[in-house]
Design a protein around this ligand. Sequence first.
Ligand code: ATR
Length: 278
Amino acid sequence: MTAETPPLAGVIGWPVAHSLSPKLHGHWLKRYNLRGYYVPLGIRPQDFESSIRSLPKLGFRGVNLTIPYKETILSMADAVSDRASLIGAANTITFREDGSISADNTDGYGFLENLRQNAPGWDVRNGPALVLGAGGASRAVVSSLLNAGVPEIRLANRTRQRSEILRDQFGAKISVIDWNRASDAAEDTNLIVNTTSLGMSGKPDLQFSLANAPEGALVTDVVYTPLETQILADARARGNPTVDGLGMLLFQGIPGFESWFGYRPEVDETVRQIVLSG
Ligand code: ATR
């Protein structure tokens, strides 16, 4: 790296074209008038390790990782944050001066920050959370909820065994619920969150009844295409507070941006509109 090279960062995936991160970080760089570039890097699996190793020499301060590299990177990293190692995946890496790799997972941070900013007055500690799904997104959500002091998590997943694995790893506050009884488990909840891919454009809708949910329960989704999934529309129609999933993506970008470009960016309506614009 030379002093003349502007700070570089990017997102690595295969494929990577779908990633909204270049728009997000590109907007922040412009908005705060910072030197630097953020680029999408489509890298084939066989080239992943050598590409990562060469990035610091090219002037990269770090990268975001998306499918299929979020797990692979852990075995290459020199330091892994507690939350990344708990989740078993990293989405943000920073290169140190000597080129060594520090890996972090900011998805749970993004999830909680989205709720904190968009559901003022709501408090994770006020009651049980019902989490639908037990895949990668669920691991980030569950670990962030536990970290923030949720009293209880009810976890329902089509494949029950995956919920049991999460419960065994994350502990006694988690109870496993049958997938076909998930709607019953909405009773007394303070939060209901869909972490499955159901409801995403091109996928079937999540079949979930909110009939048992208290009217104060916050309902949220990690899916953000479309912004208003069926469960959010149903929640809104019956008067429950809702937060859509786009904010999770936007807020998860903050720690990486700050570590690479030295400025803590903000998420507001302009950022949402820019990222959503075609
Ligand atoms: P991600 O990293 O996005 O969470 P994932 O690890 O593949 O992706 O997990 C996808 C989640 O959506 C899982 O909880 C999955 O349930 P299974 O563990 O039973 O596969 C859930 N999911 C996907 N399609 C589903 C469907 N048709 N019905 C119910 N759950 C579904």
